[in-house]
Every structure is written in structure tokens, then in C-alpha cells.
Ligand binder design. Structure first.
Ligand code: HEM
Length: 513
């Protein structure tokens, strides 16, 4: 009897397993004929994972996964691949990319990321917002990034950078090698805190601050979140019904920023505090879209839309700048000739402008522009642009119609490393960005901040901040590799953005005036 029951149980388990596996197989492969039917060249998928098995299991970085697909079709303008069961169209051709994101933007206004705003507050922020809701919010936030507003941030960025140079000075007395990624991260957190939200965070002197810890957490996926993400890609309907949170955003970090920004906004409203910063822009958006009875638009906004954007600006504005500045220091340490030439430019411009780090001074730093552009190219912090088709689109000169709802990926890291546009792509060479060299490349081959109406709203702020940081550090220190400097740098595989696996260790030697 017992053996009969065991057999029955075993048979049922086996049967259940077979049924589940068969269901999974058919469910996840049911879309795999999309590209064949449309006559689009495509990377052959494997069941369940499509073309991203290694990426999903953490064995490979996003850039390598997309790079392999990009390289597989050197003569095609576009190609298809599958992220689990979802068909993605990868656009390879710079001219087509340019047309789609600029001239024909009205067909691709969204980033095409499905997120439920009632489950995940970040879905309300500009990056994830869609259609009219995005358009209105972008119009409301853009005044926060005008030249006049940016000018007002110079002094605050300079002050934070001075604190960083003092901190490096103190550390360089004690030790030969300094881990710069963490330090610049603290600086970038302080800069965005003070420039955008009027908060003196002093993270540079207290690197355990809750702000820095929570910025780090925002896009760091936990095991549970990764599991839910897999589930979300495999069974989007079930996730929707159960209203499970599947974004890579840490819930505790969300709650932290939520309460901080609510307090800042409430304090300013109650005490009539008016400052010329991003918080003021957010508060104006709140007044116009949430509070005022004059707003008659169809799109409805609430308090959470404002808070979500505060969180986005805070995190987007710190991690990206941190990575770019740190990679730039790394390359300058390895290329003393480039570092010396950049320092010479900074010193001569300082003399020309009487020591004032004003707009004219910063705009005159042409070699710094070249060095930063080459850093953006080689490291490409945001590795791909995303778009979702919002209407059917006939691809110019091709027999393909991209259907409404189609997800699009533009592999900017791969384009920035394509020897066709950038010979010897692993070599750091700012000369690629002289006016003459730039004019030889087609449009659409350099997109670190995206392009078109949906390009990075913080681009000019980031460029300004990066130039001030470079100026301050190179005026005070000679940077060189130390014993711990990793050559070549290992990158983190599990993160969407490009960041170093083991930090960036460098030597900073004070320059005696
Ligand atoms: C080195 C620094 C930065 C890089 C490389 C970078 C890169 C990008 C990229 C590639 C996008 C997507 C653009 C597209 O889809 O066409 C983006 C969007 C965005 N970035 Fe940045 N970013 C940087 C700094 C900043 C800063 C400092 C802020 C804010 C203070 C910011 C705020 C945003 C926002 C809000 C969006 C979404 C825009 C929208 O969807 O309308 N970024 N960024």
C-alpha cells in the first residue's frame, strides 16, 4: 500500500513537472517566430531566456550580451532578438537611429518600459512616464535646467569640490592609494543635494550618510527583486494581477527619499522659502499640476508624481556623474601626456579669466570637452537607449513596419566601440573629438546622453559639474596609478550602468604652487 502511494505521488510529481515544463516551454517560445515572420534578421533564441541567458544569470554584462547581437549583423540596419519571451528590435544604423529619435520622434515618444505607477512610485517619474503625461512633466521640469539656473549652481559645485580636494589632501598624507569612485560618489551626492534641493548633506566628510547609502540602494537589485523581475518578464499578466513590485528599485530607499523630499517641500511651502533651484521648479510643477484649479488637462497628477521626480533627479544626477568623473581620473592617471595637456589648458584659462571659474572660463576648456567626450565614449555609463513605438511606423527605405507597442533598443555602447566609427576602440584617445574628426563621423554615432526631445534633461548640468570637478582636482593634484590600480578595470556585471567591480584606486600627489 505504502509503496503504491509513494509511486502515485512520484508519478504525480513527475507528471506535474512535465506539465509545468511543457507549459513553460510553449509559453516562453510562443513569440519566437516574430522576427522570422517579418523577415528581420535575428539572433537565435533559447527557450525561456531568449538571447539573454548569460546576462540574466549574471555571467555576462549587458554590454557583452547586446554587443554579441550587434556584431552578429554587421551589414544590417536593424536586427531582432528576444529578452526572455519579449521580442526586441535593435537599431544598428546611425542614420536610422537619428531619424527615429529626432525627426520621427512622434512615433517613439516613450521609453517602452512597463511599470505600474500604483505599485512602483518611480513609474511616475520622467524617465518612465509616457505620452502626454511625460510631455507635460518634461515642459514643467525643463525650466530647472536653463543657463541662468545652471549659472546659479557654479558656486555650490565649487564649494563641494573644494571639500573633496581637502579630503583627498588629508587622505594622500596617510596613504599612497585612494579609492576615488566612492569619494566622487560622495561629492556628486553633496552637489545634487545642495544645487537641486538646498540640502547641505556633507557626505564627503561623512561617507556613511544615509543619503549616500540610499542612493546606492536605489538601483541595486536584491535577490528577491531579481526573482520577481524574472517572473515579471515570464508572466507579466500574473505580476499585474498580484500587483507585485518588479522594478529594480529598493523599496526602503524609495521610502527614505519619499519622506525626505516631502519634508523639504512642506518646509518650504510653510515657511515661504523661495530658492532658484530644482526644488523650486518641482514646487512650481506641483502648484500648476496638482494644487491649482486652473489646470484642466486630461492627465491627472498627484503629490507622488512630484516626489518621484525629486527622487529621479537626485539619483540620476549622482550615479552617472560619479562614474564618468572616476573613469576620467583613471584614464588621466594612465595617460600622463593627456593629463599634463589638460592641466596646461586649465592653468592658462585661469590666467586668461583672472582666476574666475565662470561660464566663459568653462566654455573655453576645449581640450577638457574632448577628454570628457572620449570618457563618455569609452565608458558609456548608460549602455543602451530604449524606445517604445507609440504608433505603427514604416521604416524609411525598408519593407518593415514597426508595430505600435514594439520595444526598441539602441545599443550605444556597441556603437561607441564599433571600429568602423572609432578605430582601436579600447584606446583612450581624445583626438577623436577634434572638430575635424567629429565631422567625419555620421550623426547618431555619439549618443552618451541620448538625443531628440527625450535626451537627458541633466546633460548641461552634468557637463558643467564634470568640468568644475576636473578643474579643481587637476589644479591641485598629479594623478598616477598606485599598486592597487587595476589594469584593465573589471566592470560589475550585475548592474545596468557601467561601474567598476573593485573601485578605482589612484595616487593623488599634491602640486606645490
Ligand atoms: C554623465 C552624466 C549623465 C549621463 C551619461 C546621462 C545619460 C542619460 C541618458 C542616456 C538618458 C536617456 C536619454 C534618451 O533616452 O534619449 C538620460 C535620461 C535622463 N537623465 Fe541623464 N545622464 C547624466 C546626468 C544626469 C543628471 C545630472 C541629471 C539630473 C540632474 C539627469 C537626469 C535625467 C533624466 C530626468 C532623464 C529622463 C529624461 C526623459 O525621459 O525625459 N541625468 N540620461
Amino acid at each position: 500500500m505504502i509503496s503504491y502511494l509513494i509511486n502515485l505521488m512520484f508519478d504525480n510529481i513527475l507528471l506535474s513537472l512535465i506539465i509545468v515544463c511543457t507549459f513553460l516551454y510553449y509559453y516562453t517560445t510562443s513569440t519566437y517566430d516574430t522576427w522570422r515572420k517579418l523577415n528581420v534578421p535575428y539572433a537565435k533564441p533559447v527557450p525561456i531566456f531568449g538571447n539573454i541567458f548569460k546576462m540574466f544569470t549574471g555571467l555576462e554584462h549587458q554590454v557583452d550580451a547586446f554587443g554579441r547581437i550587434y556584431q552578429q549583423f554587421p551589414n544590417d540596419k536593424f536586427c531582432g532578438f528576444y529578452q526572455m519571451s519579449t521580442p526586441f528590435l535593435m537599431i544598428r544604423d546611425p542614420e536610422l537611429i537619428n531619424t527615429m529619435i529626432i525627426k520621427d520622434f512622434s512615433y517613439f515618444t516613450d521609453h517602452g518600459i512597463d511599470m505600474n505607477p500604483s505599485v512602483n512610485v518611480m513609474a511616475r517619474s520622467l524617465f518612465f512616464a509616457t505620452g502626454q503625461k511625460w510631455k507635460i512633466m518634461r515642459q514643467k521640469l525643463s525650466p530647472g535646467f536653463t543657463s541662468g539656473k545652471l549659472k546659479g549652481t557654479h558656486e555650490q559645485i565649487r564649494e563641494c569640490s573644494d571639500q573633496l580636494t581637502n579630503c583627498i589632501h588629508d587622505k594622500s598624507k596617510e596613504t599612497d592609494g585612494i579609492e576615488v569612485y566612492e569619494l566622487v560618489g560622495n561629492l556628486a551626492t553633496d552637489v545634487i543635494g545642495t544645487c537641486a534641493f538646498g540640502m547641505k548633506l556633507d557626505t564627503i566628510n561623512n561617507d556613511n550618510s544615509s543619503f549616500r547609502q540610499n542612493v546606492k540602494k536605489v538601483f541595486k537589485p536584491s535577490g528577491k527583486v531579481i526573482f520577481l523581475q524574472i517572473l515579471g518578464v515570464l508572466f507579466p499578466k500574473i505580476i499585474k494581477i498580484l500587483r507585485l513590485q518588479t522594478s529594480p528599485v529598493d523599496v526602503n530607499a524609495i521610502n527614505f527619499f519619499h519622506s525626505v523630499f516631502r519634508e523639504v517641500i512642506e518646509y518650504r511651502t510653510k515657511n515661504d522659502v523661495v530658492r532658484n533651484d530644482l526644488t523650486q521648479t518641482l514646487m512650481k510643477a506641483r502648484q500648476d499640476l496638482v494644487i491649482s484649479s486652473d489646470y484642466k488637462g486630461e492627465e491627472k497628477y498627484c503629490e507622488l508624481d512630484i516626489i518621484a521626480n525629486a527622487m529621479l533627479l537626485f539619483t540620476a544626477g549622482s550615479e552617472t556623474v560619479t562614474a564618468t568623473a572616476s573613469f576620467c581620473f583613471y584614464e588621466l592617471a594612465l595617460h600622463k601626456d593627456i593629463q599634463d595637456r589638460l592641466r596646461a589648458e586649465i592653468i592658462s584659462s585661469k590666467i586668461k579669466y583672472g582666476g574666475q571659474l565662470n561660464n566663459e572660463f568653462l566654455e573655453d576648456l576645449h581640450y577638457a570637452d574632448m577628454v570628457l567626450d572620449e570618457t563618455h565614449r569609452k565608458y558609456t555609463i548608460i549602455t543602451a537607449l530604449l524606445r517604445g513605438a507609440t504608433q505603427d511606423y514604416d521604416v524609411p527605405g525598408e519593407s518593415l513596419t514597426i508595430e505600435k507597442g514594439q520595444k526598441i533598443l539602441i545599443p550605444i555602447y556597441s556603437i561607441h566601440h564599433d571600429p568602423k566609427y572609432y578605430p582601436n576602440p579600447d584606446t583612450f584617445d581624445p583626438e577623436r573629438f577634434t572638430a575635424e574628426e567629429k565631422s567625419k563621423r555620421p550623426n547618431g554615432t555619439f549618443l552618451p546622453f541620448g538625443d531628440g526631445p527625450r535626451h537627458c534633461i541633466g546633460k548641461r548640468f552634468a557637463e558643467l559639474e564634470l568640468k568644475i570637478i576636473l578643474t579643481k582636482i587637476l589644479s591641485k593634484f598629479e594623478i598616477s596609478p598606485c599598486e592597487k590600480t587595476e589594469i584593465p578595470l573589471q566592470m560589475k556585471k550585475e548592474r545596468g550602468i557601467t561601474s567598476p567591480r573593485n573601485g578605482i584606486w589612484l595616487n593623488f600627489k599634491p602640486i606645490v604652487d
